[in-house]
Design a protein around this ligand. Sequence first.
Ligand code: FAD
Ligand code: NAD
Ligand code: ISD
Length: 452
Amino acid sequence: GKVKPHTEIGGKSAKGPEMGRAFAYVILGGGVAAGYAALEFVRLRSDAAAGELCIISDEEVAPYERPALSKGYLLPEGGARLPGFHTCVGANDQLLTADWYREHGIELILGTKVITADVRRKTLLTSSGETISYKTLIVATGARALKLEDIGGSGSDAENVCYLRNIKDADKLVNVMRSCPGGDAVVIGGGYIGMECAAALVANKIKVTIVFPGKHCMERLFTPKIAEFYEKYYASKGVTFIRGTVVSSLEISSGKVTTAILRDGRRLPADMVVVGIGARANTALFEGQLAMEKGGIKVNGQMRTSDASVYAVGDVAAFPVKLAGGDVRRLEHVDCARRTARHAVAAALDASGGVGDIDYLPFFYSRVFALSWQFYGDNAGEAVHFGDPDLAASPAPKFGAFWVSAGRVAGAFLEGGTPEEYAAIANAVRRGAAVKDVAELALQGLAFVARE
Ligand code: FAD
Ligand code: NAD
Ligand code: ISD
């Protein structure tokens, strides 16, 4: 049955915080997963009563497609700006502006942080002092950027040190880039943020040095051979890579970093610094209340946590991936946020219990310069490269790799594919295409998946 919202009158009592609104469904967090969850809610419940659902977000704006922040948002001219990239445009769906939520009777509580959660009482205490109660909670708190201070460093408060997780960060990054045209940037970290921001900095005519402790960029996903291609490509755009060491300190003068000092003593001049050293799931509200795994909130195949009234989705959720033999994974990627959010809503609204377990095919992608890659599945087993990742050979490089595990394709990476080719590699992973001979697979490359 539906629960009508009610406001408990009584205001602040001597006993504790003000009792506030009650909702049948609360989405905690206002990022990608929240937007897609709201859309799915409306799709499945056209008869929903106004006020059944609320979203609580500490951001000031309605949910948006976070990937745009390291791509379109950072363009030197005509950059993407809200409302242009609210969810759910990333999936060619509706543009969910604040008006859309209003029109659909969804309460959007913005600029409001949930500071404590009581799973037993089914209440959330907000930074404005309101206690909001729920019948069903969907936790979509995402992840936060690790700070230099988290890894024993300092300097995050400097005027020209930038992180990139939300619109506020992106605005600072844009302003700092504009303050030093032709200047030097030191990028700390060679993962997604480091690589995508480095490309954006180049587009903004800033000289870039990337520093990271690993042997090559994107170490968690790329093979050395794949990484070599991107590193050469970046080098051709003037980017310098410093591998196998870390920035040990930042020299700051009048509130601004002037020099990054490496562990081996080298000094890099810096007009600005971008830090992308990884993310941590925002689980703190639920530590000790919900089961955790892989640094996130553990859920079952219906995205339900160890408490039957609480679901978790997106970056914060660790869920069983059938394709990986049911191994519990926490994936920090937008497609996962979208699909897990939809699945959780379908399961939460399903009174008959007919919604089965999620069967998710992991999908990651990136776009930098004129390049674009997609990856599906699991990078487990033997990597079998195909195509020629030689820059000189082609102005539009097309190459990739299959990961073969127990005689089957477990994962696939492709740079420069067409939609049909991406669909074909995804299909091969989904099916677990049988590989008889890896040498033959390397020779066939995309012909292998086209043939199947
Ligand atoms: P988020 O989108 O992070 O949303 C979490 C929300 O919860 C935020 O609004 C946060 O402020 C809010 N919140 C947290 N705690 C509280 C609290 N206590 N009270 C109230 N609100 C709270 N993935 C890709 O696959 N491809 C890409 O190209 C890509 N690009 C990216 C670029 C950038 C710059 C970043 C940062 C990420 C990118 N990602 C990309 C990853 C992708 O954006 C995330 O996986 C996705 O946003 C996760 O969605 P989410 O809803 O779980 O978390
Ligand atoms: P990441 O995990 O991709 O990369 C972290 C990088 O920091 C690695 O290169 C690692 O070697 C490096 N590092 C670790 N310790 C370091 C140290 N002491 N000094 C210097 N470097 C160090 O994380 P990220 O790039 O910060 O991305 C943050 C989040 O944003 C992730 O969840 C990521 O998935 C997401 N994101 C995804 C995309 C995409 O999917 N295209 C794009 C941008 C951001
Ligand atoms: O998924 C994405 C992505 O990579 C973007 O840049 O969503 C955004 C949009 O397509 C909206 O600009």
